[in-house]
Design a binder for this molecule. Structure first.
Ligand SMILES: C[S@@+](CC[C@H](N)C(=O)[O-])C[C@H]1O[C@@H](n2cnc3c(N)ncnc32)[C@H](O)[C@@H]1O
Length: 211
């Protein structure tokens, strides 16, 4: 087997600088989020954001859904990959956190593409209708199997469902590691409706392609 590089903090910064570095709007969003203290640890990473924009463009997504928006960083990345008349529906329980994101979506000129729905992610996901090209899930981890089962119905063939934090800091390999992620990873790995690729980016990003 080939060599697997260890991504140190320095190497991560290098990769971000040589990939798609944050522009002023995204950097200001991150800076404001960091003022929240510990909660800022929930932010999607910069390299994940670059990948989200690129994947959105690659599959020519027009309609996307995000579950777990927080202060709008990943939503900014996805919406930037959508065409002018594209749509991103964002689901989150927090009015307070998502209101931070709205300002930056406005500044980036993508707010007309984003529809924010506040409430429980599972209830809101159950109420979604129509077909989606791309979904990004970054909310309650014990709910991932439920979100997957709902989204796999809504995603078009060759569409993508992305799940964050699937490596849980690397602890998923331990038998006493987080049961929710271990069960979720095993659940989708044996599902014939999808192809699954786990990427060691951020805290682990799983790409699920609907067949
Ligand atoms: C890790 S953060 C999302 C980070 C975000 N993707 C970003 O780019 O920074 C998780 C978010 O999920 C939301 N959340 C957690 N459980 C939820 C639920 N059951 N329903 C709706 N939102 C939920 C929280 O309010 C929080 O904003």
């Amino acid at each position: 087997m080939g060599h697997q590089v260890q991504v140190t903090e320095q190497l991560h910064d290098y990769m971000v600088a040589h990939g798609m570095p944050l522009d002023d709007i995204a950097a200001d969003l991150v800076a404001e989020t960091q003022q929240l203290g510990d909660a800022a640890g929930m932010l999607t990473t910069a390299d994940q954001a670059a990948l989200l924009t690129t994947l959105t463009r690659l599959i020519s997504a027009r309609r996307a859904v995000e579950i777990g928006t927080f202060t709008g960083f990943s939503a900014l990345a996805i919406s930037r990959g959508l065409p002018e008349d594209g749509q991103l529906i964002c689901l989150d329980a927090s009015e307070e956190w998502t209101s931070i994101g709205r300002k930056y979506w406005e500044r980036a000129g993508v707010s007309s593409r984003i529809e924010l729905r506040i409430g429980d992610g599972h209830e809101l996901a159950a109420a979604l209708d129509g077909s989606f090209d791309l979904a990004f899930v970054d909310a309650d981890k014990p709910g991932y199997i439920d979100y997957f089962e709902r989204l796999v119905e809504l995603i078009r063939p060759n569409g993508l469902i992305l799940f964050d934090n699937t490596l849980a800091g690397g602890r998923v390999v331990n038998s006493d590691g987080p049961a929710d992620r271990r069960e979720f990873n095993a659940h989708i790995a044996k599902d014939d409706r999808v192809d699954v690729v786990m990427l060691g980016i951020g805290d682990g990003l799983t790409l699920v392609r609907k067949k």
